[in-house]
Design a protein around this ligand. Structure first.
Ligand code: ADP
Ligand code: ADP
Length: 218
């Protein structure tokens, strides 16, 4: 799906966040970027999303992603507080000029995919942290992206909510065949969810190890 060739990122303040990341990700992989705080996981995710430019090296795409081909889930859900769940999920389609009538079934399907079919009219304030994260995931899924990027999607959730969302995401991955890359500093989370783990080492961020958990069939 894409390859990273000696990708490096130095910020304007001279912080070297990444130094020579080389990896190849195939379509349908569920990849965890694992490592301690500050090792460049979020930076790598933002490079993949095109939110930052690498300072050296190259990201090569099998099919260059266009608008809507990449879904991004931010760490803190970042929903419009005055808008309902469905209005939040509609937003990326609206920005691309989709009329409400044609978007409505896509919005409903995305919310159903994350188990929120009953909560389309709810405002973020009336939803739990886990449900807000689900809305945010639905917003990333609504344009049917080929690649879903998630920055610590479970970090802010309580244990019960986290496990439920993890199981639901894993099921979604199995049934959709989407490529998913997510950031975590939890080895448990990485081992439980991912088909491949890229372990980053800090200062400067490099790939320290690559693991392929043996996923049970099912
Ligand atoms: P992680 O997600 O693994 O915690 P980050 O990618 O957020 O790591 O950060 C990697 C390093 O780059 C850290 O030292 C961080 O302080 C620094 N950094 C991140 N964003 C910026 C920025 N916009 N400007 C300067 N330094 C940054
Ligand atoms: P903590 O020690 O922070 O309380 P937990 O016991 O919640 O951690 O589990 C840590 C990680 O283990 C979770 O984020 C999850 O990835 C994984 N995990 C353990 N058991 C389960 C489960 N039944 N379903 C999903 N994930 C699980």
């Amino acid at each position: 799906m894409f390859s990273l060739r000696s990708v490096a990122k130095t910020y304007p303040n001279a912080t070297i966040a990444l130094d020579g990341i080389t990896a190849e990700i195939a379509p349908g992989e569920f990849v965890a970027l694992l490592g301690p705080s500050g090792c460049g996981k979020s930076t790598l995710l933002r490079l993949l999303a095109g939110l930052e430019e690498p300072s050296a090296g190259e990201i090569g795409w099998e099919h260059r992603p266009g608008p809507g081909d990449i879904g991004f889930v931010f760490q803190d859900a970042t929903l419009l507080p005055w808008a309902s769940a469905e209005e939040n999920v509609y937003l990326p389609l609206r920005l691309r000029g989709h009329k409400h009538a044609e978007a409505a079934p896509l919005v409903a399907a995305a919310l159903a995919q994350v188990g929120l079919a009953e909560f389309t009219k709810a405002k973020p304030r009336g939803l739990s942290g886990g449900m807000r994260m689900r809305v945010s995931i639905a917003r990333a899924l609504v344009s049917d992206p080929m690649l879903l990027l998630m920055d610590e999607p479970f970090a802010a959730l309580d244990e019960f909510t986290r496990h439920r969302l993890q199981d639901d995401l894993h099921a979604l991955w199995r049934r959709s065949g989407k490529t998913i890359v997510f950031v975590t500093h939890s080895i448990y989370e990485a081992a439980y969810l991912a088909s491949r783990i890229l372990v980053l080492s800090p200062r400067p961020g490099r790939i320290a190890a690559e693991l392929r958990p043996n996923l049970p069939e099912g």
